[in-house]
Design a protein around this ligand. Sequence first.
Ligand code: FAD
Length: 500
Amino acid sequence: MRNGDVSYWWHVRGGFPPRRTSLPKPQEADVCIVGGGYTGLWTAYYLQGMRPDLRVVVLEAAFAGYGASGRNGGWVTSALPGSRARYARGPQGPAGVRALEAALRSTVDEIGRVCDAEGISADFVKGGRISVATSPSQLARLRAGLAHDRKWGDGEDIVKFLPRDEMRERINVAAALGGLYWPDSARIQPAALAEGLAAAAERRGADIYEATPVTAILPAKSGAAAIARTPFGDVRAKSVLRCTEGFTAGLPGSRRALLPMNSSMVVTEPLPDSAWKDIGWDGFETLGDEAHAYMYAQRTADGRIALGGRGVPYRFASGTDSFGVTSPETVAALGEVLRRMFPAAAAVGLEQAWCGVLGVPRDWCASVTYHAASGIGWAGGYTGHGVAAANLAGRTLADLVVGVSSDLTSLPWVGHHSRSWEPEPARWAGVHGLYALYRLADRLETPVPGAPGTPDAIEAASDALGDTRTGSARGAGGSARVALGEALGRVGDAISGIPH
Ligand SMILES: Cc1cc2nc3c(=O)[nH]c(=O)nc-3n(C[C@H](O)[C@H](O)[C@H](O)COP(=O)(O)OP(=O)(O)OC[C@H]3O[C@@H](n4cnc5c(N)ncnc54)[C@H](O)[C@@H]3O)c2cc1C
């Protein structure tokens, strides 16, 4: 099994793309974008679309798509990157939250539209997203989530319950008790999107310089331009935009702005037809579960399962990985999840493992911000829901920089401020403690074979009731062990502030 090499998504494209030149000399630009991931590239793409006359320069430390944008699970999800309640504290209240959610749903189509328009073959399939419950506790959580969504006004067109049989008909996940289905979600090949987008931004006129790390971002002062400093000289621009998400802590002054949360993935060898016959997954839905330390997966265009989860959650002092190399324990744990959920894939080996960092703000709510006076802007903190969000953020940053007042610039994440993360070692201890708690909660919630509250017992109870309204684990005869697991999960949520 290959480990690292940034991601399978790059490997299957034949390796890293040909390297673009570094910044050749100090330069002047209208807009300088730091970071060549989706956020930076979409911003460049839309800016040049609106204003082809602007000189837009992208400075990328490695290569376009080196970060999370070339490593992710390929969910183009309309899921909100943050908490409704927190965004609702903004001036537009709940209406602003609904506007942001609607904008994210239409963003899924916008990404598909640009892929078509620009000839980007990114395996885009809008098959929806499923969250599956594989234990009674997960099912209870899933139902509580659905009730919460309904209170916020989400109808059946936005999210609907999948009874057990319908769930298994779509994707035969072992022990599935039910699921939720959101139609506004698509699956992509992440690196293909990053590479295609970089080329599209260049066709519109943007200059991308690679192997060009920015060492400092300095605001505009007394009429002078803002500055992005690099080992090859400064880029002076009216606007400098920080689009470095999980890598932001590496920039002076931003050390505690976004926590680089690690996420790890494995991809199987191609599954034989017999396995796909058993599993189904013909709709190419993106798939997650309701565990506290949740998993996410997709059926790839080349007949594999790519599956991810938290693994080592965080490296001390906001460290990042080396080309995605992943610990053997994490690979083993993800392999176990894969075999547990898809016994039909158990005989197939793993082809590659990798990991990457995504940006998490202290209040778990993303932000798109631009200060015209200093010329400094940024976007990120999508907490693992960044593929669609980065497109919306890029369009929004483009409007803000050009000075256009639009529906996008009044969305509640614009100008959203989150406080800084705690200094070390509190940051490391907090994140590792939280995920230890979540893993314990997941273990306790997993029914012990033969005990009351096992999926089979729950299924039997719900069949006997003649409906699929399976209640909480306790209501269905779950044990004190399960109740403790659920309580620990809630404690974790309360401590972390992770929105549900
Ligand atoms: C394993 C994994 C799975 C994920 N799965 C999903 C998913 O399925 N769906 C979803 O919605 N989200 C997912 N995410 C999150 C999503 O991928 C990110 O939120 C999104 O790609 C962020 O894009 P970005 O451009 O802001 O950051 P990145 O893609 O990380 O790009 C930042 C870029 O900035 C560059 N850079 C950093 N520092 C500097 C510097 N000083 N100077 C110059 N350049 C610099 C980096 O090299 C990098 O290329 C996942 C993330 C990971 C890691």
